[in-house]
Design a protein around this ligand. Structure first.
Ligand SMILES: [Zn+2]
Ligand SMILES: [Zn+2]
Length: 414
């Protein structure tokens, strides 16, 4: 929980922000059919089943109530304010959530901390399922949007948007991206084709983008015999869909694979040595006839495992539950994230490579405030780098102060 004094300070800044910048709030299309939800600073409970007929009503509500988080439904309803089973579901945008929480990075052991809510035991990295000391299952977790985690999330997002446009045929203008304001990205398809898809159909899309069930033996990896000659063949780098993705993933894997990486696939030591000694020849031949018969003793099963690693590399690590849920509430673009004070900022899928989340999402400009910081890793906002901090006071711009206070990592002095 964030301390009361901090909450009052943050709420005051959020209020000023919305007073001046209410038009940054992006009103969703068909606002009258959307359900809205909010958390407020005082009671940290979700107020949902709210509806608005006009953009002005929504903006007025936000200015008056200053929510800590603003959400809306990816779904369209005939009666958004009714109880869940009486809303009259019309359809839903196709929505994907990519969050560093679901992508294990090495750096989380450095910057993320958890505290057992029962016995107070502290640890680093992702919280365990059970406290190793007392067995309790709930934790206070403090996670940070570090540059490495955000880059990892961006890479996953790029794989996803590429599959949506190249393989599934969505127009790039229908694929909207957004930085969530914390540790990840959102991708949303607003198109009539997806509107009526039920959860089962959405699960099929999830399986496609995560490469679930994709296996090289269904994608061109096979033994072909002609007379006495048995030859192996497999997927090409330029093939369409998963066939090409599997090949490109395996190519990328072999480009840098160490002996240990290859042995972890269960390949024999002498085969691994052969692969490493012939690495260049394998990669080069993939551009023409294919590398399938270069290494004696590396047969269908060995190649299948190598390609499987490639499939894992090419799959997009999304939060699968979110996409399947056709009633999901999602953060409204142009509103502030209660855990960071950063904005959810939307942008076009074609801009993703250049997009700098820690610059574009900074909502509070200027100002300076004295903060006591308990503990925080080094972080960047805009062009400025702050910290690391440990039990010290610092004069910080409002954006950095809000960021730390929202994480409950410090308190305002005076
Ligand atoms: Zn404990
Ligand atoms: Zn990180």
């Amino acid at each position: 929980m964030v301390e009361m004094d901090n909450l009052a300070f943050i709420r005051e800044r959020f209020s000023e922000f919305y007073d001046k910048n209410i038009d940054r709030v992006e009103v969703p299309k068909s606002i009258e059919s959307r359900e809205f939800g909010f958390t407020l600073f005082k009671e940290n409970v979700m107020v949902r089943h709210k509806g608005f007929l006009k953009a002005e009503d929504l903006k007025e509500f936000i200015k008056r109530n200053v929510p800590s988080n603003v959400y809306y439904s990816a779904a369209y309803y005939s009666m958004p304010e009714a109880k869940m089973d009486e809303k009259g579901w019309i359809g839903s945008d196709l929505f994907f959530d990519i969050d560093a929480d679901h992508i294990p990075t090495e750096c989380n052991k450095e910057h993320d901390v958890w505290t057992c809510k029962n016995c107070g035991l502290k640890g680093r990295g992702i919280a365990p399922n059970k406290c190793p000391k007392c067995g309790n299952e709930s934790f206070d977790e403090r996670t940070w949007p570090c540059e490495i985690c955000l880059e990892t999330a961006r890479a996953e997002t790029m794989k996803l948007t590429d599959m949506l446009t190249s393989d599934l045929g969505f127009s790039i203008k229908d694929v909207k991206c957004a930085f969530s304001g914390h540790r990840g990205y959102h991708v949303q398809v607003e198109s009539d084709e997806v509107l009526r898809l039920d959860s089962v159909a959405r699960k099929e899309i999830v399986d496609y983008v995560t490469g679930t069930g994709v296996d090289a033996i269904f994608h061109g990896l096979e033994v072909i015999s002609s007379g006495r000659v048995r030859m192996l063949t497999g997927p090409g780098l330029d093939d369409f869909g998963w066939r090409g993705r599997a090949a490109r993933g395996a190519y990328d894997f072999l480009l840098t694979a160490t002996a240990r990486d290859l042995i972890s696939l269960g390949l024999r030591k002498n085969i691994v040595e052969e692969i490493i000694a012939n690495r260049d020849a394998i990669l080069e031949s993939w551009k023409t006839v294919g590398p399938w018969n270069i290494i004696k003793g590396l047969g269908l099963e060995g190649w299948r495992r190598i390609i499987q690693r490639g499939i894992t590399l090419q799959s997009a690590k999304i939060d699968t539950v979110v996409t399947v849920d056709v009633h999901r509430l999602i953060r409204l673009p142009g509103t502030l994230h209660g855990k960071t004070g950063l904005l959810k900022v939307s942008f076009s899928a074609s801009e993703i490579e250049e997009f700098d989340p820690l610059k574009e999402a900074v909502a509070f400009k200027g100002g300076e405030v004295k903060v006591y910081v308990e503990e925080a890793p080094k972080f960047r906002l805009g062009d400025e780098v702050f910290g690391p901090f440990e039990k010290q006071t610092a004069n910080l711009p409002i954006s950095a102060a809000i960021f730390l206070l929202s994480k409950n990592a410090g308190r305002v002095i005076s």
